[in-house]
Ligand binder design. Structure first.
Ligand SMILES: [Fe+2]
Ligand SMILES: [Fe+2]
Length: 272
């Protein structure tokens, strides 16, 4: 089974490159499922029902979120009613949304997804390690393909979660910093790992926002609007090949799609 996990989709530029490339990527890389972190998809923070539907229509099969999960409260209804979107699993038990989801590929094979927040340099949340244990205890035993999005700030935290879950899930892939790391590998127990998959959005920016605005606020203390930037839009993603019988990852590949790649990823209407 081949899964593409797309890193934090930031605003309209991020959505546009996802929508413009995803069907082509599915064909080019022979993907069974596409999962995306959409915590920044609405104007750079949060997710709305309309944008959820836009991403699903474009070909995203499952969605993970992060610390901005509830930034747009319109998303509550989607989190309550849809079966292919997860909130972070270490928020309070009363929080809206599901802690894991099962996705079914066109060939009938299934995969579980979950996301968990880190605690280092982030707002206080429940213990991520215990949350991971809880999710794994709840997952159906026969769903061997399991992907965890660890949404964390510190690479040490990310490596620790990768090692903690090695041999228990197919992949631990990081999000949240918006900067892709070059450390993708398969750990000895069969878990694919990467500290951070990177952002899907404008790289001519400070992690997706206009450089001049962040600079002004930082240098002068004056508040500004941190609008989403527009230049050098890239899709950062990581493809994991998994033995669906055992759940062990067999390969991991980092991809980066730029705007210049889009013409080569167009799919004839007959195949779309
Ligand atoms: Fe993010
Ligand atoms: Fe985040």
């Amino acid at each position: 089974m081949r899964l593409l996990f797309i890193g934090d989709i930031v605003g309209k530029p991020g959505r546009d490159i996802v929508c413009g490339s995803i069907k082509g990527l599915v064909i080019k890389y022979q993907l069974d499922l596409v999962i995306a972190n959409a915590e920044n998809a609405a104007g750079g923070s949060g997710l709305t029902p309309a944008i959820y539907r836009e991403l699903i229509r474009a070909g995203v099969d499952g969605i993970t979120l992060g610390d901005h999960v509830y930034r747009r409260k319109e998303i509550y209804s989607v989190l309550e009613n849809e079966s292919n979107i997860v909130k972070p699993a270490n928020l309070p038990p009363e929080s809206v949304g599901r802690n894991w989801a099962i996705l079914t590929a066109p060939n009938g094979e299934r995969a579980a997804i979950a996301c968990i927040l880190g605690r280092l340099f982030m707002k206080p949340v429940d213990d991520p390690w215990k949350a991971a244990d809880r999710v794994l205890a709840e997952l159906p035993e026969d769903v061997r393909v399991r992907l965890v999005d660890f949404h964390a700030e510190a690479t040490s935290d990310m490596q620790l979660m990768g090692r903690y879950l090695d041999g228990r899930v197919s992949a631990v892939l990081g999000t949240h910093t918006h900067v892709p790391t070059a450390d993708e590998c398969v750990f000895p127990g069969g878990t694919a790992f990467q500290c951070d998959v990177g952002m899907t959005g404008p790289f001519e920016s400070i992690i997706g926002r206009r450089i001049d605005r962040i600079m002004e606020t930082t240098l002068t203390g004056r508040p500004t609007e941190f609008d989403v930037a527009t230049g050098d839009v890239r899709l950062c993603g990581t493809i994991v090949s998994v033995d669906s019988q055992t759940g062990r990852a067999t390969a991991v590949e980092r991809i980066c799609v730029t705007e210049a790649d889009l013409p080569n990823l167009q799919v004839p209407a007959s195949l779309a």
